[in-house]
Structures are given as structure tokens and as C-alpha cells.
Ligand binder design. Structure first.
Ligand SMILES: Cc1cc2nc3c(=O)[nH]c(=O)nc-3n(C[C@H](O)[C@H](O)[C@H](O)COP(=O)(O)O)c2cc1C
Length: 329
């Protein structure tokens, strides 16, 4: 491969990585390129101070970025040789990704790659259009490829319990100054020039109520922020699904992020979007309750609603030169 082709491929992989979802759009990562290897690091300044003391959500976010890199490399005709958490002495080093053998990209990889910049988080109701069972099976297969499980929650009672846990967590967090400071720090003002944080245009000014209601994060915090809701009149909750892992180590969190991203990209290719409600997973006792009572002992990593919406959403990201530090791995 000519050096300029290598540069192009690596740039495309990093460009894809930054379009991953991350908690509050913290984009808690950086990338260092050394020859044909990219090192993905977690940026500790961008970890939530209270909501994410263990770093679980940060590692899920980095896992999603890692998955985008793998998909981009494969789509560009190179195998990705990945080592996850390769060095115990460098805990911020999430993974190294080395360009491997040339490969012929398969259709599915190209389909996922095509969704990397299109996929968006949704923060309102969905239309009544149900998600076909066949698509749900495919989403579960995507999660399983990375060692996680995506479980659709079919029981009305279980959905109500998850909605109640979300409500309880949201209420408690809203009363806690330190929790609130995390959310305020990452709420982005309307028309702000900031390239991170949750854009005020990415949620409706008046929360859209579904039945049962899944509490949204309060990024506006009493300010008149939020997009016009007239294009967001749908009020279906959508399908609730939980992404779980069998264990709860740092490796599991990165795997959960990779699984999440495959699920979201595959869903996006079929015009299905996800809304997340992860407040209860930031509170040890509520997370443990969900694990024991609803999820057969598996560890919940993400709680989401899935469905159809005409809304396209908006996304902001930091430019590549802000996340690259090419001093060698
Ligand atoms: C671990 C994790 C937890 C998240 N939790 C929530 C949440 O509770 N509420 C929410 O609205 N979005 C949540 N999100 C979505 C992010 O806010 C979103 O990915 C980010 O703002 C970037 O926007 P985009 O996904 O539209 O590109 C979460 C994302 C991740 C990776």
C-alpha cells in the first residue's frame, strides 16, 4: 500500500470513530497514529465526574468508537487487527488497531459504514409503526457478534418497572448538585459554536410524553432550550430493549460499546433510531435491582427505546485535528 493510501485509510478510520455515540456527547477519546497503527485512548478530562466514577460509560463510548474504526477499515479494504486493553500499565490505552491484510469488503460492512455519520440519537416519541421481528432478530445477532445480548422487553410489567427506575433515577439525580453539574457541563446552548455536548436542537423544548413515560435527561436545566416540537408529534414509546453482558469488567464495557454500535448502525440502515435512558444505570442500587429482578443476573449496559421517527436529528463532533495526538503510541 502506498504511504498516501495508508494515510487516507487511517484518516477515514478516525473520522468514522468520532461519529460514535458517547455519553452526553463527551467524545471521551483521543487517537495517536504510529505508522500503520492507531492507539485509541480514553480522555480522563472528559469522563463524567459523578455519573461515571467507574468509567463504565466512558468505556462503552470508546468501544463504540473502536467498532466504527473496525468497520471503516474493513469497508476500505483492510482487515483490522485489534488488541483491546493491550497494556495493564497504561490503563487509558483502550485498544490498538493495526492495518492488516487487504480484504474484499462485504455488503453488510459497507451498509454499516454507510450509516456511521447518519445514525443519530432520538429524544422524543416514535411513530406507531412496529419493528419487524426479523429485524429484531438481526439486531440481537449484531450484539451477539461482540459478546453482548440485546433483549427486547416484551412484558408490559417489566417495561413499567424500567420506566419507574428511570423516573426514580432522574428525580434523584435532579436533586443532587454534583450529578446536575455533569449534565449542565455537557448541555450545549442553542447555536453554540462548541463541538461537543448535547445540542439544544437535539431534544424538543417541551418533553414529548409517551405511555409509559421514560424520563429524559434535563440538558436545558430550566432554560428555554430545545428544538421546535412540531415535527416530533409521535407519542409511541417504541420497543424497549436492554443491552447486557455476562460479566462487568472493563473488557465487557468495551465489548458492550462495540455491540451497541453494531446494533445502532444496523438499525439505522433500516430507518430505526434509538433513544437512551441510562440514568438508572448510573446508580449502583437501581442498576443492581434491574440486573437481579429483570435481567436474569446479566449486567445492564444500555437501556434504549427503538422505533421509527421522521426526525433526522442533528449531530456535532470535534474536528479530527482536536482528537489526534500523533506522538506515536
Ligand atoms: C453510554 C451512553 C449513555 C447514554 N445515555 C444517554 C441518556 O441517558 N439520554 C440520552 O438522551 N442520550 C444518551 N446517550 C446518547 C448520547 O447523548 C449521544 O450519543 C451523544 O449526544 C451524541 O449524539 P448522537 O448519538 O446523536 O451522535 C448515551 C450514549 C452513550 C454512549
Amino acid at each position: 500500500m502506498r504511504p498516501e493510501d495508508t494515510t487516507k485509510t487511517i484518516d477515514a478510520a478516525i473520522q468514522a470513530a468520532v461519529w460514535a455515540p458517547s455519553v452526553h456527547n463527551t467524545q471521551p477519546w483521543s487517537f495517536a497514529v504510529d505508522g500503520e497503527e492507531i492507539a485509541l485512548r480514553a480522555d480522563s478530562d472528559r469522563k463524567l465526574r459523578v455519573g461515571d466514577i467507574t468509567g463504565r460509560e466512558q468505556l462503552i463510548s470508546c468501544g463504540a468508537a473502536l467498532e466504527n474504526m473496525r468497520i471503516a477499515l474493513r469497508a476500505m479494504g483492510r482487515e483490522a487487527l485489534v488488541r483491546v486493553l493491550p497494556d495493564p500499565d497504561r490503563p487509558a490505552l483502550m485498544a490498538t488497531v493495526r492495518l492488516g491484510e487487504p480484504v474484499e469488503p462485504d455488503e453488510h460492512t459497507l451498509m454499516l459504514y454507510g450509516q456511521v455519520e447518519r445514525r443519530r440519537t432520538h429524544r422524543a416519541g416514535f411513530t406507531d409503526q412496529p419493528i419487524p421481528d426479523r429485524l429484531l432478530d438481526e439486531l440481537a445477532q449484531q450484539a451477539a457478534l461482540e459478546g453482548a445480548r440485546l433483549t427486547p422487553i416484551r412484558s408490559t410489567a417489566a417495561v413499567r418497572v424500567l420506566a419507574a427506575l428511570t423516573e426514580a433515577a432522574q428525580e434523584v439525580q435532579a436533586q443532587a448538585t454534583l450529578f446536575t453539574m455533569d449534565v449542565i457541563r455537557w448541555g450545549r446552548a442553542p447555536e453554540s459554536g462548541r463541538a461537543d455536548g448535547v445540542p439544544a436542537e437535539a431534544y424538543p423544548r417541551e418533553p414529548v410524553t409517551t405511555e409509559p413515560a421514560f424520563a429524559q435527561r434535563d440538558y436545558a436545566h430550566g432554560r428555554p432550550w430545545g428544538g421546535e416540537a412540531d415535527r416530533l408529534t409521535a407519542t409511541s414509546t417504541g420497543l424497549i430493549a436492554v443491552l447486557t453482558t455476562l460479566a462487568d469488567s472493563r473488557e465487557d464495557w468495551i465489548a458492550a460499546g462495540q455491540a451497541l454500535q453494531r446494533v445502532l448502525l444496523h438499525a439505522s440502515a433500516h430507518d430505526v433510531r434509538a433513544a437512551f435512558h441510562t440514568q438508572s444505570l448510573e446508580m449502583v442500587h437501581l442498576r443492581e435491582f434491574a440486573r437481579q429482578e429483570l435481567l436474569s443476573g446479566e449486567y445492564p449496559q444500555m437501556i434504549m427505546r427503538l422505533g421509527f421517527t421522521p426526525d433526522e436529528g442533528i449531530g456535532v463532533r470535534r474536528p479530527i485535528d482536536e482528537v489526534r495526538e500523533d506522538t506515536g503510541a
